[in-house]
Ligand binder design. Structure first.
Ligand SMILES: *Cc1c(COP(=O)(O)O)cnc(C)c1O
Length: 385
C-alpha cells in the first residue's frame, strides 16, 4: 500500500551537517545562528528587520502585542485559516471577527472587507488590526487591503505562514510594502522548516525592537539606553514589559539557514508539481486552484474542490489507498471554542461552501510523478464510482 502524506519536509545531508555543527558548538540557543538566520531571511524578503521565534503562533502573538492589541480591541482575519491566525488576538484579550473569502482565491475578499468596514464604522467598532492570510501560498490582494487601511485606520499583519518564497506584484512576500508585519512559519509541512519555528518581518525598527523584547521575557540587557532606571553596572538587565520565552534555538536556526539556501528551488518544484496536477486533473469534474495573475504562489497546498456529496467517499478512497489527504480548513468560527463565543453556522457563506467541498491532496518537493499519478487515479476512479 502507498503511504503518501499531504505534506513533508525536505532534509538534505547538508542540513544534517549544519545542525551537527551547532550541537558541537558553544551555543545551543541564541548563539550566532539565530541573528544570521534573521539577517538571511530579512535579505531574502527585502525587508529591514526579521525577528526569529519558536513558532508562527508566537510571532502572531507578539506582532499583535507590538501593534498595541489589547482589551476592547477587535482583530479581523479570514475564516479559512489555521486557528492560530485568530487565537493570537484572543491571547491579547481582544475580540476576533471574520471577513468572508473570495470564492476563487480562498483569500479574504477585499470587497466584502470594504462593506464590513463601512458597517463597523457606523457602529464605532472598527478593527485595530486585520490579519490577511495568504492561503496555500497565494498572496491576498494586498494593495486593496492596504488602501482600505489608510481610509479606516487599521494596521496589517500578513499571515504568510504558507507563503515564504511567494511574490505579490513586484514585491517579495515578507517585504511589508503593504503591511506592518509579516509572519512566516517553519513547521515541517511548510515551505522551509526549522522543526518548529517562526519569523516576523517588518520595516519598522521600533516594532522589531518591541518584538525582540517580547520574545525574551520583556527583558533588555543589550541596550542600556533602553533602561528605564539609570545604571552603571554592566551586568544589569531590566524587565520593561511582560514578555515570554518565545526564543528560537541555534539548532533550529542552523537548519533554517541551510534550508533557506534551497528555497527558490523548492518553490519551483512545488509549482511544477502544481502545474502537473492542473494538467492531469483538467478533464475531471473537480475545481483546481486558480492561479492569480498578480501573485506567484509558493504552492504550500494543493486544494481541489469536489461536489460536497461525494467528498466523504473520496476521503475514504484516499485513506484506503494510503494517501493521507487533508482539509484546510474548517472555518475557524465553526470550532467549538469559537461557537461558544457566539459564532454560528452560516456566518461566512463562501467559507462554508468552500469548506464543504475542499480536499488538500498531497504536494511536497520529494513527491514523485508515480505518486502523483496514483493520487490522480484514485481520485478519478472514485469520482466515477
Ligand atoms: C501553520 C500555520 C500557522 C501556525 O504556525 P506554527 O509555526 O505551527 O505556529 C499559522 N497560520 C497559518 C495560516 C498556518 O498555516
Amino acid at each position: 500500500m502507498l503511504n503518501i502524506p499531504y505534506g513533508r519536509h525536505d532534509i538534505t545531508d547538508e542540513d544534517i551537517l549544519a545542525v551537527n555543527e551547532v550541537l558541537k558548538s558553544d551555543y545551543l540557543t541564541q548563539g550566532p545562528c539565530v541573528p544570521k538566520f534573521e539577517v538571511s531571511v530579512a535579505e531574502y524578503s527585502n525587508v529591514k528587520n526579521a525577528v526569529a521565534v519558536n513558532s508562527a503562533t508566537s510571532a502572531l502573538h507578539i506582532a499583535c502585542l507590538a501593534l498595541g492589541v489589547g482589551k476592547g480591541d477587535i482583530v479581523w482575519t479570514s475564516p479559512i485559516t489555521f486557528v492560530a491566525s485568530a487565537n493570537c488576538a484572543i491571547y491579547c484579550g481582544a475580540e476576533v471577527d471574520f471577513v468572508d473569502i473570495n470564492p476563487h482565491t480562498y483569500n479574504m475578499c477585499p470587497n466584502k472587507l470594504q462593506i464590513k468596514l463601512n458597517e463597523a464604522k457606523k457602529i464605532g467598532r472598527l478593527p485595530k488590526v486585520i490579519i490577511p492570510v495568504h492561503m496555500t501560498g497565494q498572496s491576498c490582494d494586498m494593495e486593496k487591503i492596504f488602501a482600505l487601511s489608510k481610509i479606516y485606520g487599521f494596521r496589517i499583519i500578513e499571515d504568510a505562514s504558507h507563503a515564504i518564497g511567494g511574490r505579490y506584484k513586484d514585491s517579495v512576500i515578507g517585504s511589508c510594502i503593504y503591511s506592518d508585519i509579516t509572519v512566516f512559519s517553519f513547521h515541517p509541512v511548510k515551505i522551509i522548516t526549522t522543526g518548529e519555528g517562526g519569523m516576523a518581518t517588518t520595516q519598522d525598527c521600533n516594532l522589531a525592537q518591541k518584538m525582540r523584547m517580547l520574545r525574551s521575557h520583556g527583558i533588555t540587557n543589550l541596550k542600556s539606553e533602553m533602561f528605564e532606571r539609570p545604571t552603571s553596572e554592566i551586568w544589569n538587565y531590566q524587565q520593561l514589559e511582560l514578555g515570554f520565552n518565545y526564543r528560537m534555538t541555534d539548532i533550529q536556526a542552523a537548519l533554517g539557514l541551510s534550508q533557506l539556501k534551497r528555497i527558490d528551488e523548492l518553490v519551483v518544484i512545488r509549482n511544477q508539481l502544481r502545474e502537473r496536477y492542473d494538467l492531469l486533473l483538467g478533464h475531471l469534474p473537480v475545481k483546481v486552484p486558480l492561479q492569480d495573475s498578480m501573485a506567484y504562489s509558493s504552492c504550500h497546498l494543493y486544494v481541489v474542490r469536489v461536489a460536497s456529496d461525494i467528498r466523504q467517499k473520496l476521503y475514504d478512497s484516499f485513506y484506503a489507498s494510503g494517501i493521507k489527504v487533508n482539509l484546510h480548513y474548517i472555518p475557524v468560527y465553526r470550532q467549538p471554542y469559537y461557537e461558544k463565543l457566539g459564532f454560528v453556522k452560516g456566518y461566512c457563506p463562501e467559507a462554508e461552501a468552500y469548506f464543504s467541498e475542499a480536499i488538500s491532496i498531497p504536494l511536497y518537493p520529494r513527491m514523485t510523478e508515480y505518486q502523483q499519478d496514483r493520487i490522480v487515479k484514485v481520485l478519478a476512479d472514485s469520482i466515477k464510482l
